[in-house]
Design a binder for this molecule. Structure first.
Ligand code: UDP
Ligand code: MG
Length: 316
């Protein structure tokens, strides 16, 4: 009998992956690597990897990353063929990451890597999702802070599932959450929405968002608008119900007016309500199509406690 069998399997050192999407971040990736690496090396009892995703950078980002990888064998690199955007870049990193827990982090150090040990500690206490919650945003423009404040509250009120407020993409995800998210097909669109949809227990750690370490924001107004649009479109189909609501309210109003005045209302008064209701019928079918084409499972299992496990269950 081998020594290992007698002692049981060798203890597994948990692996923490740090995923960093980069687009034209040649000026910051060296400093990002230094800060993340310092924190991760000091984290006792854990192994780590840093997965940099080059989202089709046009500057020298890739050259810097390859020299970082030569000097540090914890560095893993993925390069996308062109610029697909921050969200697909993060998804590429999640698929590449091998960690028992995966932290996603911006390359510009607006999210402090020094918070990772606290996130790992919460994960160790059993939390599958640990989000960074921004309580101060010194590094962002007033416009960005104000629009984000309104937008997320509006989205939360419309969304079909929970949406965490004041959180971005600085987050730790347990392997079970990563598996759930990476099995989904199609464009991730809005990862923070998907995390809410997946429904795992979530806790947060508060932090102040620092200014960018160098360079300029890669989120142009167009990219911000596109992200917000994707957020609404993927988190809710409730607006497709608007014609039904308008039609019912309008027809109710016309009927009431007719009853109060004790005379029939002209056909033209009913027409708008009728048209709105017809649109509402289309809206209902569109909601169904929206629901089905997202290809999400109808539930996610948090854990199983089976008395007689026979074969592993493969459903999500
Ligand atoms: N990013 C990316 N692809 C893009 C735009 C941004 O991978 O098309 C990365 C970027 O390099 C950074 C993160 O996404 O690591 C957040 O971008 P940025 O800091 O420019 O956004 P802001 O903080 O201004 O919202
Ligand atoms: Mg930034």
């Amino acid at each position: 009998m081998s020594q290992r069998k007698a002692d049981g399997p060798a203890p597994h050192t948990p692996l923490i992956s740090v995923v960093v999407p980069c687009y034209n971040e040649g000026e910051v990736v060296t400093e990002a690597h230094r800060r993340i690496s310092t924190v991760m090396r000091a984290l006792d009892g854990y192994d780590h990897e840093i997965v940099f995703v080059d989202d089709g950078s046009l500057d020298h980002t890739w050259d810097v990353l390859t020299s970082l990888a030569r000097a540090d064998n914890h560095v893993q690199l993925v390069r996308l063929t062109r610029n697909f955007g921050h969200q697909p870049g993060m998804m590429a990193g999640l698929r590449e990451a091998r960690g028992d827990a995966v932290v996603t982090l911006d390359a510009d150090l607006q999210d402090p890597p020094e918070l990772i040990p606290a996130m790992v500690e919460r994960w160790g206490q059993g939390w599958p999702v640990v989000s960074g919650r921004r309580v101060a945003r010194h590094g962002d423009t007033r416009f960005k802070v104000a629009t984000a404040y309104v937008y997320y509250r509006l989205l939360k009120s419309l969304a079909d599932h929970p949406i965490a407020l004041d959180t971005g993409d600085f987050r730790l995800l347990d392997r079970s959450v990563v598996e759930t998210l990476t099995r989904l097909s199609g464009d991730p669109g809005f990862l923070r929405g998907l995390v809410g949809w997946a429904g795992f227990a979530e806790t947060s750690i508060e932090y102040g968002r620092a200014p960018r370490s160098a360079g300029r924001s890669k989120y142009t107004l167009r990219k911000m608008a596109s992200l917000s649009h994707r957020g609404v479109m993927t988190c809710t189909a409730t607006p497709a119900r608007l014609p039904t609501a308008v039609g019912v309210a309008w027809l109710g109003g016309v009927a009431l007016t007719s009853a109060v005045r004790r005379r029939p209302m002209p056909v033209a008064a009913w027409t708008f309500g009728g048209e709105a209701l017809l649109l509402g019928v289309l809206g209902e079918y569109l909601r169904l199509v929206h629901h089905e084409t997202r290809g999400r499972p109808s539930y996610v299992v948090a854990r199983r406690d089976r008395q007689h496990p026979i074969t592993p269950v493969t459903a999500l």
